[in-house]
Design a protein around this ligand. Sequence first.
Ligand code: PHE
Length: 373
Amino acid sequence: QRTSQSIARSDIITGSPQNNVTDTIFDKLGTNLHQRKDHPLGIIKEAIFEYFEQSDPGKFKLFEDLYPVVTTAQNFDELLIPADHVSRSDNDTYYVDGETVLRCHTSAHQAELLREKHKNFLVIGDVYRRDTIDATHYPVFHQMEGVKIFEPSDWEGSGLGEVEYVREDLKRTLEGLAKHLFGDVECRWVDAYFPFTDPSIELEIFFNDEWLEVLGCGVMQQQILDGNYGEGKRAWAFGLGIERLAMILFDIPDIRLFWSEDERFLKQFKAGDLSSKFKSFSKFPPCNKDVAFWISEDFTENNLCETVRGIAGDIVEEVKLIDEFANPKTGKTSHCYRIVYRSMERSLTDEEINSVQDKVRSALEDELKVELR
Ligand code: PHE
């Protein structure tokens, strides 16, 4: 079995017409931030594993080095994700070729691990999604997946129906996890939809005056369990975003910080310590650049963001639509976007920003085929 340590560029950036993986994304593969003991992501991983170890000693097996390049069967089909589901589009997912993708969730490993007859497991890894840009979104982030299987002897005599029994165990387990990480936080459950669970629910926690969604979960679709593990059982599954939890727990204001190699960031966290609070070590002024254009027919914001990230790398902080109008005569639509440049690590010069912005403008015309105004 291949691990995430040995990845060649030619395996990922291929000549396939469907290929949409950029160098910025390729550079992240194999970094495995979650395996660094003193990194905030590694600290959260350990804390979650420790919680499962305490509640079910020796039961949960942790997989943390599964190959992040998977088939569309693993990422979608085996999870019963419908053929027309948006997550399959190349606007949302990174395709290596027609049937290979960078996993967009750790659920991509559920079916294979069930076939290998693992009964209780956790999977942590980097996942990849094309998305818009802001302080909490980055095209690579980390998820932890959990699966637990139940036997008839577990629910029989409980006085509950089997689905109800499993769902109650799931809620109790995850509320316990939230308390283990955050102390006494307020939790609430909301209904959700995932093709691979039924019923599906989401856990939200109250933080900084806001309800924040921290994980999705549910009772595993019976077809997935029957077909891969064996009949007569029941299971739950959950998937949570590690950055999301770490930003809340450690007061980390910007998701790009997780990728920083700056000592002033890394030195603030220590294995086993959930109590550190991030102290910002520098503030550099942002620089705004606006760009207005008539959009092309197949223009999408994700494509725009991918282009900007490809040129500016991590000095882009935000891309936001600030104006939009349609010309009734020509039928053309104009968008004005504000690109905010700011480095986490240094002051940017006007010269540097102007040169990046010029490249962005050319790329908008050449790659996205929009008409600059
Ligand atoms: N894979 C889902 C996501 O990424 C989360 C999830 C996992 C939901 C397992 C239900 C069960 O959003």
